[in-house]
Design a protein around this ligand. Structure first.
Ligand SMILES: [Zn+2]
Length: 285
């Protein structure tokens, strides 16, 4: 399949028991899950039976799975405790990803807090995040996927070219990839709504990181205009991006084989409608 289309699924109550039926009802061909409270630092152990069932059923249905790491992680923080917790939290997400058979762990690129220069924050990224990549030595270890932000505050990575210095700080490690969030990149200033907007933005991303680094797409429309630097997801076709750019996305060479995950509002019905809408755009031509 050119692009599996799926979504983020809730797993409170059981990774397999709750997550898989939700994914099925959504029509998901790819799934993303949290393996910890996204707004906390806890690093819970998994339930081996649920892990195994999740892994086996995803494999049997050829549904690729991804983990989204907690939001608090920031390797650019000026607070030492935050950086230390970020290491433990991300290491946990990477280990849990392997245990559940996930292909990648999405982590936000963070920001240079405390008014410190971006170079200093990127030096911390090298010191503290780089070693975690070297721990990915098993064949079934996940990719680490960097997700840029809408450009709020002192964000380290919001425009396509910002991935350049970030990749450099991590020596373009072979296990490193990009998760492109269409809402974030639009709000950051790459106007996806106009003709050619999607194509040009994907071209810019390839220019910066190369052709094979885009591993996952967060397909979200944006409640905010291009350049607003605000992160507010909308249902596909109901925001400032609109439906048409997503059709362009499906025809760009850089997205061949790359799964799409929706993170949109509207609960299960809204999610099912967005998945169906994207599949329609994918399959129309
Ligand atoms: Zn996202």
């Amino acid at each position: 399949m050119r692009n599996p289309v799926g979504g983020h699924v809730p797993v409170a109550g059981g990774l397999a028991k709750v997550g898989l039926p939700y994914a099925r009802e959504m029509g998901a061909e790819a799934v993303q899950v949290f393996v910890a409270n996204p707004r906390g630092w806890a690093t819970p152990v998994g339930n081996p039976a649920e892990d195994e069932r999740f892994r086996a059923e995803c494999a049997a249905a050829s549904v690729p799975a991804y983990v989204h790491a907690p939001y608090l992680i920031n390797f650019g923080s000026h607070t030492e405790a935050t950086v230390e917790r970020s290491v433990e939290s991300l290491r946990h997400s990477l280990r849990r990803a392997r245990e559940i058979g996930a292909l990648g762990v999405v982590v936000h690129t963070g920001s240079a807090t405390g008014g410190r220069p971006r170079e200093r924050a990127l030096a911390q990224v090298r010191t503290h995040l780089r070693p975690l990549l070297d721990e990915l030595t098993h064949d079934d270890d996940p990719f680490l996927l960097l997700e840029s932000t809408a450009g709020q505050g002192a964000s380290l990575c919001s425009r396509t070219w910002d991935f350049g210095p970030y990749f450099e700080a991590l020596d373009s490690h072979p296990r490193l990839g990009v998760c492109l969030d269409t809402c974030h990149i639009h709000a950051a200033g790459h106007d996806l709504s106009g003709p050619e907007g999607m194509r040009q933005t994907l071209d810019l991303l390839v220019d910066t990181v190369g052709a094979d680094r885009l591993k996952l797409i967060h397909a979200n429309d944006s409640k905010e205009a291009a350049g607003a630097h605000k992160d507010r997801h909308a249902n596909i076709g109901a925001g400032h991006i609109g439906e048409e750019p997503f059709r362009e996305l499906f025809s760009h060479p850089a997205t061949a084989g790359v799964p799409l995950i929706i993170e949109t509002p509207g609960g299960k019905d809204g999610h099912a409608a967005d998945v169906a809408r994207l599949k329609g755009l994918r399959d129309r031509d």
